[in-house]
Design a protein around this ligand. Structure first.
Ligand SMILES: N[C@@H](CCC(=O)N[C@@H](CS)C(=O)NCC(=O)O)C(=O)O
Length: 207
């Protein structure tokens, strides 16, 4: 399995954590790919038409271009307990949390790209709206945390862990721990898992 991605991407991290948790990390080879929202890369687009990472290419020639879709595929490859429940209320709860976390990551990546623009070109109303939405997502997760903790470990736990990890990586100034102290011990425990330890964000341009 070839996974196009970067150690900077929270969506790629989600897939890599999922692969570790399902015992499939050894089967996934990371192929470095760098993306920019306004810099479509024809080589990447030949694999991933929307120029997005992660993209997974299987030996059978399947190309999957969305982190949740890739996780669903990986979940079909192992014999242990599924990290995406197959059915019932459990499935929809977990997918709802995963969707919320995925949406927050999309807002954060947009926000990051906006902050990389020249200050004069930035849209302050857009930045303010992105911050509001991310903070609102965090508040929802803090309120939902007792219910999340009651459930078996799943893609929802991984996705929320990737949101908080990405905030630490790119948005330290947001100081999410002060506003949402309830999430802090949960995240600290999650970050100790080998799957998270082995996939810590890294920016090669800063080393
Ligand atoms: N919904 C997608 C989002 C993936 C995504 O937005 N990836 C970013 C990098 S973190 C990207 O490739 N952006 C480049 C672009 O949109 O051109 C997923 O879950 O994989």
């Amino acid at each position: 399995l070839r996974l196009y991605g970067s150690s900077r991407s929270p969506f790629v991290r989600k897939v890599l954590v999922f692969a570790h948790e399902t015992g499939l990390a050894g089967a996934v080879r990371l192929v470095p790919a760098t993306v920019g929202l306004a810099l479509p890369d024809p080589a990447l687009m030949a694999i991933s038409p929307l120029n997005r990472i992660p993209a997974l290419c299987t030996d059978a020639g399947l190309v999957l271009c969305d982190s949740s879709l890739i996780c669903e595929y990986l979940d079909s490859l192992h014999g242990a307990e599924r990290l995406i429940p197959a059915g019932g209320e459990e499935r929809w709860r977990v997918l709802q949390w995963n969707a919320l976390a995925g949406g927050m990551l999309e807002q954060l990546v947009l926000w990051r790209f906006e902050l990389l623009r020249e200050p004069a070109a930035r849209s302050e109303p857009l930045v303010a709206a992105l911050e509001l939405k991310v903070r609102s997502g965090l508040a929802r997760f803090e309120a939902d945390l007792p219910r999340l903790c009651e459930r078996a470990f799943s893609i929802a736990h991984i996705a929320l862990g990737c949101v908080l990890g990405y905030l630490d990586f790119r948005f330290a100034a947001l100081d999410w721990r002060s506003a949402h102290p309830g999430l802090d011990p949960w995240h600290a425990a999650l970050a100790e898992r080998p799957s998270f330890q082995r996939t810590v964000h890294h920016d090669p341009s800063k080393t």
